[in-house]
Design a binder for this molecule. Structure first.
Ligand SMILES: Cc1ncc(COP(=O)(O)O)c(C=O)c1O
Length: 384
């Protein structure tokens, strides 16, 4: 069934303004149901866990429901899910826990496509433990060089960390092959799904990944992080936790302190929203928006990243000769078009493309964007 974009937009209060919000890669807007769920929790159930009284019992139930919902969203068991402040904080925590099993000389591979949230935690761990971090290079078309990955795997490689989609260029690596290569060398496959999550379904079992991280604020929910860890793996790690906190379910060992319960309520509503629309309708519309952008991008713009809608999500980094990325973003903002500029923490990609320190302009489309917004952007780019 195709998407009724007008009806969709009517559900998002933030989309009622005239500004074309093409800033989704930095964070998406929330439908009213998400906003209501957060407010309702604070109004009616605000309490800590484990008490004998009604609001605390409702909070216990909410936390359970949030883990059940996370499991549905990721295709795993509820006990394999962990909530945290955001992806970066969770990744520092999980890499630290894994680090307790590693020794000097062990190797980690990351990719030039990664956001620094899936690079810096490894560099810091390497700094503390004497590990070695290698980078998987990109081919000219910005796809991941899987031959380079194969060459760099050794008997000491413990982890291959990679993104399901590049937050800078939109490139979608061949995750199945990355996982296969990692496992063939006895390494863990550690996926960053933050940028992919608003664009398509995630099934950690089908992907075969050992750890996967995402951020609900990138898929129509509130500012939160969410991680999956394969149960047998998590059970082998010693968590950094306070002694009285429960050891079961295992994923919750890695949740430190009191969670933002109101945001868990918003998270549940966000997943229900996506489930109601269905990925098929979302992907069909997004693909059409992306195709329109690619077909009509003015010649004066240089696109970085895949030139077709195959092997990518509709996130586009580009430049205009003679203008800095910030200048272009400012001119677009004056015309009521919100886009990003800079490196968006994808520092390795930008270095690789020779675009630092200025970075590139980035426009990202999600299902609530319209053809009219794409056309407005294209017309502005032709006219700047
Ligand atoms: C691909 C990717 N990974 C990681 C992150 C970091 O996510 P968080 O802000 O939840 O720490 C981002 C944020 O933009 C991202 O796009």
């Amino acid at each position: 069934m195709s998407l009724d974009v007008t009806a969709v937009r009517g559900r998002f209060p933030a989309l009622s303004s005239d500004v074309a919000l093409l800033d989704a890669p930095g964070g998406t807007q929330c439908p009213q149901t998400v906003i209501d769920a957060i407010a309702a929790y604070l109004r009616e159930s605000n309490a800590n866990l484990g008490g004998a009284f009604a609001a605390s019992r409702r909070s216990d139930e909410l936390v359970t429901q949030a883990h059940d919902t996370a499991a549905r969203f990721l295709g795993c068991r509820p006990g394999e899910t962990t909530f945290g402040q955001n992806m970066t904080t969770l990744n520092f925590a999980l890499t630290r826990a894994l680090g307790r099993t590693l020794t000097a000389g062990d190797e980690i591979l990351v990719t030039r496509l990664d956001h620094d949230g899936n690079i810096a935690p490894w560099l810091e761990l390497a700094h503390d433990l004497g590990l070695r971090v290698g980078f998987i290079e990109l081919r000219d078309d910005t796809t991941l060089d899987l031959d380079d990955l194969e060459r760099k795997l050794t008997g000491r490689t413990c982890v291959v960390a990679f993104p399901l989609a590049s937050n800078a260029l939109g490139t979608v690596p061949d995750a199945a092959r990355v996982v296969e290569l990692a496992h063939s060398a006895g390494a863990l496959a550690w996926a960053d799904a933050v940028h992919y999550a608003p664009h398509g379904p995630i099934d950690v079992v089908a992907l075969g990944v050992d750890v996967l991280l995402c951020s609900p604020y990138k898929f129509f929910g509130p500012h939160l992080g969410l991680a999956y860890g394969r149960e047998e793996l998590l059970r082998g790690w010693r968590p950094y936790k306070v002694r009285p906190a429960a050891d079961e379910p295992v994923g919750q060992r890695f949740e430190t302190g009191t969670l933002a319960h109101e945001l868990l309520a918003g998270f549940i509503a966000a997943v229900e929203y996506v489930e109601e629309l269905g990925w098929e309708a979302i992907q069909e519309h997004e693909r059409a928006l992306g195709q329109r952008f690619l077909d009509c991008l003015p010649d004066r713009c240089t696109l970085y990243g895949p030139g077709t809608m195959n092997g990518r999500v509709p996130t586009f980094a580009f430049g205009i000769v003679g203008a800095s990325a910030r200048q272009v973003a400012e001119r677009l903002a004056e015309r009521g078009i919100a886009v990003w500029d800079g490196d968006y923490y994808a520092v390795e990609v930008m270095e690789h493309l020779g675009l630092q320190p200025d970075g590139a302009v980035r426009a990202g489309f999600v299902h609530y964007n319209t053809f009219e917004e794409v056309d407005r952007l294209l017309a502005a780019l032709a006219d700047l």
